[in-house]
Design a protein. Structure first.
Ligand code: TYM
Length: 327
């Protein structure tokens, strides 16, 4: 079976963009792929985190991923910091990555703008991500569009490493879904929907109730025309609704556009599709919260399986690079 790996950060609550761009594809893949899904807590600490909140958010994210359909009996769900090889591989890959390459990363430019403290970890963040992927001989990395550049960098790093040290690392490809790869903020549809604290009117949280979902979609910004057409530049608001409805119902945004000629019915159907998608997730989440030990056990088992694979890769890397064995 081909191997899939994709991770998610435990910072802020999971939102509709995470679900449509990434998570729902992971859920679908887990039966046809050997799937690894780290909760990337080491990535989260590139910005300051309250320790108690990070601990709670990590467990809560695991519960959300399971509620959304990731089955820890089928895929490998684990916490990144439980597998020490992630940071070990990240270090040696940092020594195979160019400073200039990291300086070109869009996400670093975005995240380092307007903050008081830019950590060195934020700068080398994509190399840790490359280590996540390369530790598991990953074939495919299913992600939203914002991670495209990071996966391309991962390929470059793997190829450079292999050119220096022999064919040690598998070179992965990204997979970006035809709909849902770029879910935008409902109030500012030129900005991507992102994790944000509190009740943001432009973001739909995974656990949001039907009334809030309907209200937010009804109030989503569109435009003063009346034509339903998929055109991200000229009609970002309408295109976002088409993208959401498409991703929620397994269609392309263009196919959805052909079925509507007014905004009202498009908004209604979009809202109902999202409500239907989220309802079972909320139910299952509540069940999982009743027994946190079950989730903790699943994460421990996941870390064991992941750790075995990671240790084997790291042994290959050490040997290829010429580190003296401990003996
Ligand atoms: P993160 O935690 O920001 O997001 C998790 C996944 O959700 C996708 N996503 C979106 N998709 C569509 N529309 C949106 N508005 C939207 N916002 C987020 C992301 O593309 C991602 O697939 N660096 C990564 C985490 C990571 C990772 C990895 C991913 C660490 N190691 C290894 C893949 C492989 C991140 O911060 O994702």
């Amino acid at each position: 079976m081909p191997r899939v790996l994709s991770g998610i950060q435990p910072s802020g609550d999971v939102h509709l963009g995470n679900l449509l761009g990434a998570l729902q594809n992971w859920v679908a893949d887990q039966h046809s792929h050997e799937s690894f899904h780290p909760i990337v807590d080491l990535h989260a600490v590139t910005a300051p985190q309250d320790p108690g909140e990070l601990r709670a958010a990590t467990l809560r994210l695991a519960q959300m991923l399971m509620a959304a359909g990731l089955d820890p009996e089928v895929c490998v769900l684990f916490v990144q910091s439980h597998v020490g090889e992630h940071t070990q591989l990240a270090w040696v890959l940092e020594c195979t990555t160019g400073f200039g390459e990291l300086r070109r990363m869009h996400q670093f430019k975005d995240k380092s703008a307007d903050v008081d403290f830019v950590s060195a970890g934020l700068f080398t963040y994509p190399v840790l991500q490359a280590a996540d992927i390369l530790l598991y001989d990953t074939d495919v990395v299913p992600v939203g569009d914002d991670q495209r550049q990071h996966v391309e960098l991962t390929r470059d790093i793997a190829q450079r490493f292999n050119a220096r040290y022999g064919e040690v690392l598998a070179v992965p490809a990204h997979r970006i879904p035809p709909a849902g790869a770029r879910v935008m903020d409902l109030q500012e549809p030129t900005r991507k929907m992102s994790k944000s604290a509190g009740e943001a009117p432009g973001t739909i949280g995974l656990l949001e109730g039907p009334e809030a979902v309907r209200r937010k979609i009804r109030r989503a910004v569109t435009d003063s025309e009346a034509e339903v057409r998929f055109d991200r530049d000229a009609k970002p608001g309408v295109s976002n609704l088409l993208e959401i409805l498409g991703a929620a119902t397994g269609r392309t945004p263009q196919e959805v556009a052909a079925a509507y000629d007014r905004y009202g019915p498009l908004k209604n159907d979009c809202a109902e599709a999202v409500v239907e998608l989220l309802a079972p997730i909320r139910r299952r989440f509540d069940e999982l919260c009743a027994d946190p030990a079950e989730t903790q056990r699943a994460l421990a088992a996941g870390a064991k399986t992941a750790g075995d694979v990671a240790a084997a890769t790291m042994a290959r890397v050490r040997e290829a690079m010429g580190f003296l064995p401990r003996g």
